[in-house]
Design a protein around this ligand. Structure first.
Ligand SMILES: NC(=O)c1ccc[n+]([C@@H]2O[C@H](COP(=O)([O-])OP(=O)(O)OC[C@H]3O[C@@H](n4cnc5c(N)ncnc54)[C@H](OP(=O)(O)O)[C@@H]3O)[C@@H](O)[C@H]2O)c1
Length: 305
């Protein structure tokens, strides 16, 4: 008998790769989304349902009969009436609904360095969501990536887009803070593997390379064949530059909170020195850099319009 799983965000980034793997293994997949009208990337193989956070009974019913809930739901930044606190509360509702519906397992994609004591709402909200899962959910695996790369990504794509188009690329401050990228498809493999156990597990999901942010941008520049000058500058000026570009493309390219997280080294694991994801960025760029940054990927387009 094929097993049915729920994957949130199959029209997005990480969720799409998780769903691909499950379908290939012969499982059935349902998805929760905020965008029911979007084209279904799986040709009708994945049944799409609304998140329905405001109607927990309905949400719970959409989870009945499923084995594992793979959760990728989160927001990158607060926008309009959507905040990280609200996103964490939505996850409390989702995890409690999973428990009520008899879901066996939740594999939850969180973030490295999530902390209830963080002054950054993204990291604090993520820690809160993890706490809700431990308190209200069924058996769980919490997977904490740092920053991801792969097909369909926004961040690396837009860094490449800017490196290809502008004469100067701003690096906030000294640029010596660490980043430890991980391959999104490795995260999907890990998520699927962790769904098979019943043991509660928490782990950072990190790739084998740690770069300074400056070296990371330099690597991307050389991989895509751009010649733009990478300039260290005061963080405020770098943020201003990002805002100007954001106004040009009608998007939010970098927030003050993201800049603080990046400069504080939160995009590298502090919990483990051991890589849990095998693919390195250098290796991936060697085969995939050519397609990066050809078209701008809009965060607001993807999630708000
Ligand atoms: N991308 C990275 O570099 C990275 C790094 C570390 C950790 N993570 C974590 O990995 C998980 C998946 O990230 P991802 O980049 O793959 O996410 P994604 O595909 O862009 O979005 C995942 C899900 O969240 C929903 N969502 C996103 N923004 C939303 C908003 N503003 N309002 C309402 N719903 C929203 C999407 O809804 P729709 O289905 O309606 O689109 C989708 O179901 C997240 O928990 C993230 O924190 C990502």
């Amino acid at each position: 008998m094929p097993t049915t799983h729920v994957v949130t965000g199959v029209t997005g980034y990480t969720g799409r790769f998780i769903a691909q793997r499950l379908l290939k293994m012969g499982h059935r997949v349902r998805s929760l989304t905020g965008h029911l009208a979007r084209p279904n990337p799986f040709d009708g193989q994945v049944r799409m349902m609304l998140y329905n956070f405001e109607n927990p009974d309905l949400l719970a019913r959409s989870l009945v009969g499923t084995d594992t809930l793979f959760n990728t739901y989160w927001i990158r930044m607060a926008h309009g009436d959507m905040t990280h606190e609200r996103a964490a509360e939505n996850l409390r509702i989702l995890f409690a609904a999973a428990q009520w519906a008899g879901v066996r397992r939740v594999v939850h994609i969180s973030i490295a360095n999530a902390s209830i004591n963080s002054h950054l709402p993204y990291y604090r909200g993520k820690a809160l969501a993890e706490q809700y899962l431990r308190e209200f959910g069924p058996s769980y695996a919490i997977v904490r990536p740092t920053l991801l790369f792969g097909h369909g990504d926004i961040l690396l794509n837009n860094i490449s887009w800017a490196l290809r188009r502008f004469p100067v690329f701003p690096v906030p401050g000294r640029g010596d803070y660490p980043v430890q990228p991980g391959f999104v498809e490795d995260v999907a493999d890990l998520a699927v593997a962790l769904s098979e156990s019943d043991e509660n597990t928490e782990m950072d999901a990190v790739g084998p390379e740690v770069f300074s942010y400056y070296d990371y941008v330099k690597l991307v520049r050389s991989s895509i064949g751009a010649t733009c000058v990478i300039l260290r500058m005061p963080p405020g000026l770098a943020l201003l530059g990002s805002k100007v570009v954001g106004a040009l493309v009608n998007d939010v390219t970098l927030t003050q909170d993201e800049l603080e997280g990046l400069s504080a080294g939160l995009l590298a694991s502090r919990a483990t020195a051991e890589a849990t994801l095998p693919t390195g960025l250098i290796e991936w760029l060697a085969d995939n850099a050519d397609g990066l940054g050809r078209v701008y990927a809009s965060e607001l387009e993807r999630h708000y319009r």
